[in-house]
Design a protein around this ligand. Sequence first.
Ligand code: SF4
Length: 392
Amino acid sequence: MIFPSDSSLRDEAKTDESDVGLYLHIPFCVKRCHFCAFYLVMQEEKRIERFLSALEVEFALYAAQQDFSGRPVSTIYVGGGTPTALSPTQLARVLKRVTKMFPLSKDCEVTVEATPESVTSAYLETLIDAGVTRLSMGIQTFVREERVRLGLSSPLEEATAGIGLVKQAGFPNFNLDVIYGIPGQALSSWDDTLQQACAWEPTHLSCYALSLEEGTRLEAAFRRGELKLIETDREKVFQETTTERLTGAGYGQYEIANWAKPGRACRHNQRYWQGQDYVGMGPSAQSYLSGCRFGNVANLDLYCRRLENGDLPVAEREQLSMSQQEKERVIFGLRMLEGVPITWLEKLEHNPTWEASLATLIEEQFVVRTSSRLALTVKGRQFADMVGAQLL
Ligand code: SF4
């Protein structure tokens, strides 16, 4: 049985067809980790102040838009970069402004990403007072040498101290990000990271496979032949260890890389996989609204200049046809372990190319179809990108 039987893992909050999610991209870090390709600049007070003023203009422009204003905001995700590169006062000001400009649902999920070295007890208290319900911390690994290899800015002691502070602060939901497939990582050291992560009892764990992104230091080292990635069949063993360790600790997998205690799945990220609307603000942030996909300029100076002139900083916009929307909803939805309802396939079934691709994927056991749902098999989860590409 590949569909999770525990329905409490799914989103418990009722989603309203008209509701929307907000993503805020805070593009500052103290240094760039060796695997990171997100858009960011080095943290500097003058840049931060200019960015915050521009972001407030962006809020006002969206709040005045007819197809957006008045829609209840049910999830907010503040990511980056490092949102906690802002001072507590600055971040609280951003959250207060959002509350003022947009109607928030009563049970709005508010996530803030943080690095361990950037938080203090007082900072975390400010976030709780500002309505943050979910704190997500990028730990990546509990193994000292692997932290150095990934170029993380906090040593192990600082990382664990940061988690301790988050635990004490008492956020209703608390996520740790960890990474496997780090060059030179033994299976036992990945298991050690998983065990240490579980010992902190986060309500949610994101377990990502390291991917080599263009322009990163790790990718450059790989091209020079200085490091090797784990092979696909080895990756499978890492995934099996993850399943064993996390299932044993009471977590349920609800997406390829995401695990949660019952009822603690991330509602904002589920939006992306279920084809629901979200608007991204901040440089490089992406949006999907009423079948239109658009993204902001990935350049802080240009982003600020556009907003200082009263214009939205959108770089590209693409209106998807109905059939593209239906296709993408299935492709992204398949990332969820429960898969997608068969009714989502009805309108696609008159397309012979689509039908042939799906039939091959079923025959080769990458996906399984029951009377009510279509989902990836365990093998399909390992090759999810290839499955998506075949169905596109
Ligand atoms: S802290 Fe996060 S956003 Fe910043 S460089 Fe590292 S991985 Fe990238």
